[in-house]
Design a protein around this ligand. Structure first.
Ligand code: ADP
Ligand code: ADP
Ligand code: MG
Length: 648
């Protein structure tokens, strides 16, 4: 075995590789970009080397920097993880030239499978069934359209250099062909620097079934069963499982055999995945699956295979790279129970899966499931890399048991800060059709209700606003116990809530960044808070951070904070520091005096209109001057109440 490994990756996969490497007694060497200086993978490894600025193109993708770090640290091998340089044949060659073992297939095998068109041609020759279509060199629009006609609609246009679902367009009818071709080519050119495409049959009710293969450098190859990755969004995997629902032992042997044939045809060694698309319209069946592509690396979803086989695939990668033979024969590969993996992403399913960045103000995972992650509470999800927070893997005796275990663990996961897809993942695990095994790759698109509404969760907002009020009260009590000559604190004057005799107070809040209003009424049992008519939720969790209350409810996050000027209440403070009345009403209380210093967000006055109280707050720190009103006075909308002079 190798004495040391340089892990040319980051995040959860770098941590995952380090774990096995340590168990095998290797010295672990991390590399990191400036954005990852304090990352978990850096701390987990025995040593770490900087490789440049945050953008991957200037750090994790710069082969020279990584080879240099390997030289400096005396690394005996380089594990590329997945993504980044893992499928880069030149990098594999550069490693060899530098005398470091590349933990992956031979460069020639990477090249053979690197482009989808060439890979398909190769597989066809090797007798592996490929998706019917045109994967030749001709690229003119009229010719490709003619081919589409011969293939029969619907067709799929695919970038030959594609990956991650990019450069792919489904075309339903001939009239849409030209526009789809153009946009696929444009995306392919900008994503991969290669505009070439292929056209293939769009398989009905498609199921994504892939086979994990392993080969050694002694000519042996086996498969480690299949994974079903049909739950996708934008052609990217969301939930993966093993075995595939409806897979028979005979079909597994046939598909596994085809995958092994594919690996042997390109002189493969190490871990690889042969992806097939299957026609799921009437269950998995012989003759109903076709080769799509081969990923010449470890796959994100490899843990489900590890769960059902009890094997450590990263260990196998190291063993094979160091020249060992495959540790098992095909007949010895186990299948135990059922495993499901969910990819927890910092993204917003309700808003087109928009990635969400920022600090993870809370991150806690329950016990009883495997969690692979590269971040922890306090880490930032940066805009530079894949926004995955973690992978969660459940393993049970049956598919139902595994799905229920995963759903329950997802439900108990606490992640606050960036938005997450936790609610969607939980709903997917519990969706009746998915549970019964009736699904294909369009399942998520066909069930938009699973994505959750973009509407704010008012009950969660009311829950958060109630917490804000509690915080406020705690602060008042603290302030009251301080010496009387100390400067006034923002919350000294919250008696504004009660002094008016009004039954309802309007507290301006920011709800997910948008101005909103919490209504507070004081009864015998303390304040009762509503937002948009909804009372406070009983089933929510609040994370109290310095800047806001993060309310988690049903896997969804609602951020509640005090409305500060510059956002919600811009209309009663202008750039000159003038505080104006937002409406006709009565000044119930002046909470500051002439010459007082105020802090940003500090409440200045309370105005009542239509039995509602509205607090006016300072947009910036400064000194109060020019108070133009007195408590009890009626004011007109837009009337100047005071000025906050900014500090020099
Ligand atoms: P594919 O979609 O090609 O079948 P995967 O689902 O395993 O393969 O991964 C998709 C791609 O997403 C990977 O090739 C990789 O580039 C990228 N990716 C996903 N997660 C990460 C991560 N944590 N770090 C780096 N790259 C990642
Ligand atoms: P990538 O390199 O982006 O992973 P793939 O060729 O593996 O590209 O395709 C990604 C996804 O697109 C598949 O998992 C599947 O959901 C869908 N897809 C690909 N080819 C077909 C096809 N011929 N028919 C239906 N769906 C397909
Ligand atoms: Mg793929």
């Amino acid at each position: 075995m190798f004495a040391s490994v340089l892990i040319a990756n980051r995040g959860e996969i770098a941590c995952r590789i380090a774990r096995t490497a340590k168990r095998l007694g290797m010295r672990t060497i991390a590399v990191y970009s400036e954005a990852d200086r304090d990352a978990l993978h850096v701390r987990l490894c025995d040593e770490a080397h900087p490789i440049g600025p945050p953008p991957a193109a200037e750090s994790y993708l710069v082969a020279g920097r990584i080879i240099e770090a390997a030289r400096k640290s005396g690394a005996r091998c380089i594990h590329p993880g997945y993504g980044f340089l893992s499928e880069n044949a030149e990098f594999a060659e550069a490693c060899a030239a530098a005398g470091v073992v590349f933990v992956g297939p031979p460069p020639a095998a990477i090249r053979a499978m690197g482009l989808k068109d060439r890979a398909k041609a190769l597989m066809q020759k090797a007798g592996v069934p490929v998706v019917p279509g045109y994967h030749g060199d001709k690229q003119d629009a009229a010719f490709l359209k003619q081919k589409a006609q011969e293939i029969g609609y619907p067709v799929l246009i695919k970038a030959v250099a594609g990956g991650g679902g990019k450069g792919m367009r489904r075309v339903e009818r001939p009239v849409e062909f030209e526009a789809a071709l153009e946009s696929a080519q444009r995306e392919a050119k900008s994503s991969f620097g290669d505009a070439r495409v292929l056209v293939e049959k769009y398989i009905a009710a498609p199921r994504h079934i892939e086979m994990q293969v392993f080969a050694d450098s002694h000519g042996n190859a086996i498969h480690l069963n299949e994974r079903d990755c049909s739950l996708q969004r934008r052609h990217q995997k969301v939930i993966e499982e093993a075995p595939a629902p409806g897979m028979s032992a005979a079909l597994r042997a046939a598909m596994g055999g085809a995958a092994v044939k594919a690996a042997l045809a390109v002189g493969y060694a190490g871990a690889g995945t042969v992806e097939f698309i299957a026609d799921g319209s009437s269950g998995l069946k012989p003759g109903g699956y076709w080769f799509m592509e081969m990923n010449t690396r470890l796959q994100v979803e490899h843990p489900v295979t590890e769960a059902i086989t009890g094997l450590d695939l990263v260990e196998w990668q190291f063993r094979i790279a160091s020249g060992e033979k495959l540790p098992l024969t095909q007949a010895q590969v186990p299948v135990q129970g059922h495993a499901v993996e969910a990819r927890i992403y910092a993204e917003d399913p309700a808003r087109g899966f928009l990635p969400s960045t920022g600090t993870l103000v809370a991150l806690q995972f329950p016990d009883g499931v495997r969690v692979d992650t590269g971040v922890e509470q306090g880490s930032a999800i940066s805009p530079y890399y894949d926004p995955m927070i973690a992978k969660m893997i459940a393993h049970g005796p049956s598919r139902d048991a595994a799905l229920e275990q995963l759903a329950s663990a997802l439900e108990r996961t606490v992640a606050a800060g960036p938005r997450t897809n936790l609610a969607l993942l939980t709903a997917l695990c519990r969706a009746a059709d998915f549970r019964s095994g009736v699904f294909d790759t369009s399942f998520i698109d066909r069930n938009p209700a699973l994505l959750g509404g973009a509407e704010p969760d008012s009950a969660a907002a009311a829950f958060g606003a109630a917490r804000l009020i509690e915080q406020e009260r705690a602060r008042i009590e603290q302030n009251l116990s301080r010496a009387a000559d100390e400067p006034r604190s923002p919350w000294d004057a919250t008696d504004g809530f009660q002094l008016s005799g009004a039954r309802v107070t309007a507290l301006p809040i920011l709800l997910d960044g948008e101005p909103a209003e919490a209504r507070v009424s004081y009864g015998r049992n303390g304040p009762a808070v509503t937002v948009d008519g909804e009372g406070s939720a009983a089933d929510a969790t609040a994370i109290e951070a310095a800047d806001a209350i993060y309310v988690l409810r049903h896997g969804r996050q609602t951020i509640v904070r005090h409305a500060e000027a510059g956002s919600g209440d811009a209309d009663h403070t202008d750039g000159d520091g003038q505080i104006k009345a937002p409406m006709h009403g009565k000044v119930l209380a002046l909470l500051v005096g002439e010459g007082d210093r105020v802090e940003k967000g500090q409440r200045l006055a309370v105005i009542e209109a239509m039995k509602m109280e509205h607090a006016l707050t300072a947009r910036r720190p400064g000194r109060v001057t020019g108070i133009a009103v007195a408590a009890g006075q009626q004011v007109a909308e837009g009337a100047r109440l005071m000025i906050i002079e900014g500090e020099a």
